[in-house]
Design a protein around this ligand. Structure first.
Ligand code: NAD
Ligand code: IPM
Ligand code: MN
Length: 352
């Protein structure tokens, strides 16, 4: 019997509310496939802990996660703690310490889900955003100068390294090759004069190593419009950290709700654990009401099973998601229904 040690970080807001359904689904599918999943839950790694003790996680938090086979995270962020404090105190250090430089965010339109966009019909949208996950616009370099004075100025540097850009592009080109698809690179080389022309140059270089993969460049502004007007034309979309962040919420909404979008923070070399988490955040506006859509977390758990080497188990989860959406009208409020998280999860579990 295969055993995997999973680290669970429920976090804040709806994080714990979507992580428990994901765990129920994992346990159901593990039973079917003869897998043993053991969990260590880091329940108090959260903003509450920060408010109490001044840190989101213990000093040795990263070391405690190091021997997990994978990490499943809910969401982090609380209105009482500045977001840069909570996220740079937990989520971002994990992504960086474990070299999770690929953030994989698949988007598909399910039968039975009405998206807000005319061109997003079931079966026609099946794309993956490959987001660079450890550098780019998310940097600590810069500062706030002349605080409180008329000349007050904030400077934020974006950092793109040849190694960092190359490795994520190679992942994206290889993914497009496996899918028999096309690569679209998000750029802004008309407005950003150092980093984006550099990114474009490396895209052209790496494209030469994947001669069978058709590719194109799109400026991020025009690309955002095309995601809405004609999402079905995209296959693999590779983007810098910030551009990929924005595109993935946009694409999730086009597919019906950001509550259903999954993500995998991958360390492709498997030197360290990868981390799986929904694309959405802690949603303080609905937290505590038991109405969050658990599908983003559940589908992230499916990506985790796939990563751990159990594609058939992952497929069972996806099939159950397809069945509950196509075969019932049970929906959480973000998808126009009235079901609670628990009611929706029960219906989904019935398909497992
Ligand atoms: P958000 O994703 O939390 O919420 C945006 C909107 O989508 C809200 O109206 C929310 O109710 C809705 N929504 C999100 N997930 C949903 C779900 N599963 N079901 C139904 N509706 C859902 O984004 P935000 O409001 O920008 O951020 C809130 C907090 O979360 C902030 O502190 C932010 O920094 C943090 N955040 C954390 C992560 C993470 O931990 N990975 C990701 C994004 C945002
Ligand atoms: C995400 C989130 C995070 C990010 C924030 C909360 C730091 O939006 O995972 O998409 O931008 O990476
Ligand atoms: Mn985001």
């Amino acid at each position: 019997m295969t055993t995997h040690r999973i680290g669970l970080i429920p976090g804040d807001g709806i994080g714990p509310e979507v992580l428990s359904p994901a765990r129920l689904v994992l346990d159901a599918v593990a039973r079917r496939h003869g897998l043993t999943l053991t969990y260590t839950s880091y329940d108090d790694w959260s903003c509450e802990r920060y408010l109490r003790e001044g840190a989101m996680m213990p000093d040795d938090g990263i070391d405690r996660l190091r021997d997990r086979d994978a990490i499943l995270l809910g969401a982090v962020g609380h209105p009482g703690v500045p977001d840069h404090v909570s996220l740079w105190g937990l989520l971002i250090p994990i992504r960086r310490a474990f070299r999770q430089y690929v953030n994989l965010r698949p988007v598909r339109v399910f039968e039975g889900v009405d998206g807000p966009v005319r061109g997003a019909r079931p079966g026609e949208v099946d794309l993956v955003v490959v987001r660079e996950n450890t550098e780019g616009e998310y940097s600590e370099i810069g500062g706030l100068f002349n605080r409180g004075l008329p000349g007050e100025t904030a400077v934020q540097e974006a950092v793109f390294t040849r190694a960092g850009v190359t490795r994520v592009l190679d992942y994206a080109f290889a993914l497009a090759a496996r899918r028999g698809g096309r690569l679209t690179s998000a750029t802004k080389s008309n407005g950003i004069v150092h980093t984006m022309p550099f990114w474009d140059r490396i895209v052209a270089e790496r494209a030469a190593a994947f001669p069978d993969v058709p590719w194109e460049r799109e400026h991020i502004d025009a690309l955002a419009a095309k995601f809405v007007l004609d999402p079905g034309r995209f296959d693999v979309v590779v983007a810098s950290n910030l551009f990929g962040d924005i595109l993935s919420d946009l694409a999730a909404a086009v597919a019906g709700s950001i509550g259903i979008a999954p993500a995998a923070n991958l360390n492709p070399e498997r030197e360290f654990p990868s981390m799986f988490e929904p694309v959405h955040g802690s949603a303080p506006d609905i937290a505590g009401r038991g109405v969050a859509n658990p599908l983003g977390a559940i589908r992230s758990a499916a990506m985790m099973l796939d990563h751990l080497g159990h594609p058939a188990a992952a497929r069972d989860v996806t099939d159950a998601v397809v069945s509950v959406l196509a075969g019932t009208d049970v929906r959480t409020p973000d998808l126009g229904g009235t079901a609670t998280t628990a009611e929706f999860t029960d219906r989904l579990l019935a398909f497992l």
